[in-house]
Unconditional design. Structure first.
Length: 373
């Protein structure tokens, strides 16, 4: 038997007016949703227009990112953020990093920024005289790269890095090659990007200067010398970098850099030990305000009180001024210098003059301490 059709009402088709009502309702609903997303920034705590820096850790799910953003006062509703992220199909696209938002930003703009990974740019200045360990700590503290990753890359640069930057001395670490300058990186950019950028800056500034000096030392018609060739002062490029790192750490006054470089070059010419305190400081676990006699007796190839000539590598990253000071030292016959309390140095030609200068500076220091009591 067939099924009974009793009680079934025929379906009514929407007329033009009904269809128009449905379309208007859908448009109104969409407009309301967009308005809520756009206006969501109007209901956050704190003054509108205030800048807020938010850190999103690696592998943070969208739900937890919503919690972080609401806690920091960037969004007004976790639930609305999660719904908007799902609706936009961006739940798996949100990226970690350090972001800068402005209170009052729309939900749409916030989602777009985090999903595209537009992290904030960090400007950082690495002054001359920092060791590679200090550079690694600086980058780690500023959230640019893991300090451990930096140290590992600096101590053992991979073959590809050596191939891309052939001026790096064979078998050496990157100590001395992390050029001191002002940089701008994206937050969390990572050790590889940071190190490569600093090496490229070294290449374009320091290495260009060293190559130019080597070219000037090349006899007419001879092949240009590769990195490590003799410079006008008789040093190789590697040796010039090592000496520049010592000058960088010794000098406190710009005008004294070429004089200090001249003193060390004079001592090298006479086969005298450099006797530089900063090379001893390099081998200590922490910098001391004043070295003790026992420090000067530490057995190390970097202790220039015990070992003649230059240490085996740079003791910091020298700036361009110190490199130029080594390439163009102040002519003279100074062999000694001693630091004054104001950071300047007294230079002497003989050991007797040097002892007199030391005694005078120590006497002035004692007098100053007595007056200050």
């Amino acid at each position: 038997m067939g099924r009974s059709r009793v009680g079934r009402r025929p379906r009514r088709r929407l007329g033009p007016a009904g269809a128009a009502v449905l379309v208007l309702a859908a448009v109104a609903l969409a407009a309301t949703g967009l308005a809520l997303l756009g206006a969501s920034g109007w209901f956050v705590p704190g003054p509108r227009g205030e800048r807020v820096v938010v850190s999103i850790p690696d592998r943070t799910p969208a739900s937890q990112i919503a919690t972080i953003l609401q806690r920091e006062g960037v969004i007004s509703s976790e639930r609305l953020f999660r719904l908007a992220v799902r609706a936009a199909g961006k739940a798996s696209s949100l990226k970690s990093g350090q972001y800068e938002f402005v209170r009052g930003d729309s939900m749409v703009s916030i989602i777009e920024r985090v999903s595209s990974g537009r992290v904030m740019a960090i400007k950082i200045t690495g002054p001359g005289g920092l060791t590679s360990r200090q550079v690694a700590k600086l980058m780690g503290d500023r959230g640019l790269a893991s300090e451990d990753d930096m140290v590992a890359l600096i101590d053992n640069p991979p073959e590809q890095v050596r191939a891309d930057f052939p001026f790096i001395h064979e078998g050496a670490s990157l100590e001395g090659y992390l050029f001191p300058d002002t940089y701008e990186f994206a937050s969390g950019v990572g050790a590889v990007k940071v190190v490569r950028t600093m090496l490229r800056r070294f290449e374009n500034a320091a290495q260009v200067t060293l190559d130019a000096a080597a070219a000037n030392a090349t006899p007419t018609g001879a092949e240009p010398k590769a990195a490590g060739g003799q410079l006008p002062n008789g040093l190789t490029q590697r040796e010039a970098l090592i000496l520049a790192s010592i000058v960088e750490r010794e000098a406190r006054i710009e005008s004294e850099r070429p004089i200090i470089a001249g003193v060390f070059l004079n001592r090298l010419d006479r086969s005298m030990p450099l006797q530089s305190c900063v090379t001893v400081q390099y081998i200590l676990p922490a910098t001391k305000e004043r070295l003790l006699n026992k420090d000067l007796e530490i057995e190390s190839p970097y202790n220039t009180y015990l070992v003649a000539g230059l240490p085996p590598g740079p003791i910091c990253s020298p700036g361009l001024a110190s490199i130029r000071a080594v390439l163009e030292p102040e002519p003279g016959d100074y062999l000694y210098f001693v630091a004054s309390s104001d950071g300047s140095h007294v230079f002497s030609r003989t050991y007797s003059e040097h002892l007199q200068a030391k005694a005078r500076i120590e006497s002035e220091a004692r007098l100053g301490r007595q007056v200050g009591r």
